[in-house]
Design a protein around this ligand. Structure first.
Ligand SMILES: Cc1cc2nc3c(=O)[nH]c(=O)nc-3n(C[C@H](O)[C@H](O)[C@H](O)COP(=O)(O)OP(=O)(O)OC[C@H]3O[C@@H](n4cnc5c(N)ncnc54)[C@H](O)[C@@H]3O)c2cc1C
Length: 280
């Protein structure tokens, strides 16, 4: 195979423009597994390791622009742990310290698995995905970027350059269920963001549908049945009805990790737990 090692974003964009079937390689924690299991035999690889622009970070006041190739460890407890508490919590659950030192959010978006741990967080925060190509830069809502199981809206000659994460005051939390407490892919996951200024709660679910599910109906119901301008505790009836509605928005399947029934139940429990934490 041919391995390209561009030294700048402009160079990387030129290489992928000329080799649109090449595989981009960031941390390699998804790609190397595919290669090792012979699920994928690359002819051209474009390593993003030396493209320093993809590691750039900017605090833009209303949002943070985070380079797509910043590894998880920086969000977990490193330089960018302040960006989003939910993102820190999600990053902490990814693989092992070795995986978190190498793996990136850009790679999570590139793979676009419904079980990807950062994706419910980006969905609940209404993040934007920045895509660069030789033709320029476009920004897509995370909701338009994720298309289905391991499918996204990146064009063949584009590189995910950054993610724009809104800077929201208020509670944000991520919770995940797996078969054990570490080194585990989600059976079900949820991210809840409480934005008291705008009197709203956003909730996104992972691993219970072909892609991440935003629970728009449950969010609207909660806005109509609870005072979301403060963080006063909610009644058990409201919490239970919220959980029931969230479960009904899930579209899980039964697979080798879990059953659809368990996943449906689990997301209700996670949603209720996160909402309780938000309103404590
Ligand atoms: C042992 C182990 C445990 C794991 N545990 C978890 C877990 O708990 N939770 C979880 O969510 N994931 C987990 N993963 C999967 C993986 O670590 C994540 O999906 C990670 O985010 C991938 O990032 P990466 O930089 O390593 O991606 P890579 O493997 O380099 O790339 C993955 C895909 O994204 C594309 N890509 C990468 N960067 C870009 C870019 N900037 N622009 C466009 N496309 C790009 C690549 O071309 C490729 O298709 C685990 C993997 C392993 C091996």
């Amino acid at each position: 195979m041919t391995i390209f090692s561009p030294r700048s974003l402009a160079e990387a964009l030129q290489v992928i423009h000329e080799h649109p079937t090449a595989r981009l390689l960031a941390g390699g924690t998804d790609t190397m597994v595919e290669i090792n299991f012979r699920h994928f035999e690359p002819t051209d690889i474009i390593s993003l390791r030396y493209v320093t622009e993809l590691q750039a970070f900017a605090d833009q006041g209303h949002n943070f622009r985070v380079g797509a190739a910043i590894p998880y460890k920086e969000f977990e407890n490193g330089s960018y742990a302040h960006v989003s508490r939910a993102l820190s919590e999600a990053a902490r659950t990814v693989g092992s310290p070795q995986i978190r030192a190498a793996g990136t959010i850009g790679g999570n978006l590139g793979t676009c698995s419904p079980a990807g741990d950062t994706l419910p967080v980006l969905s609940a925060l209404d993040a934007q995905v920045e895509l660069a190509s030789v033709n320029g830069v476009r920004t897509l809502s995370i909701h338009d970027f994720m298309l289905g199981v391991k499918r996204n809206a990146r064009a063949a000659n584009e590189i995910i350059s950054a993610i724009h994460i809104p800077n929201i005051d208020g509670y944000q939390g991520y919770a995940k269920v797996g078969v054990r407490n570490a080194m585990v892919i989600s059976i079900a996951s949820a991210c809840l963001v409480h934005d008291p200024k705008n009197k709203r709660v956003a909730l996104a679910l992972g691993a219970v549908g072909p892609t991440i599910i935003r629970c728009r109906d449950s969010e609207v119901w909660l806005g109509e049945n609870a005072d979301l301008s403060t963080s006063a505790p909610l009644s058990p009836e409201v919490l239970e009805e919220f959980a029931r509605r969230v479960s009904s928005e899930a579209r899980p399947i039964t697979d080798h990790r879990s059953t659809a029934e368990y996943r449906t139940h689990a997301v209700g429990v996670l949603a209720q737990r996160l909402l309780k934490r938000a309103m404590q």
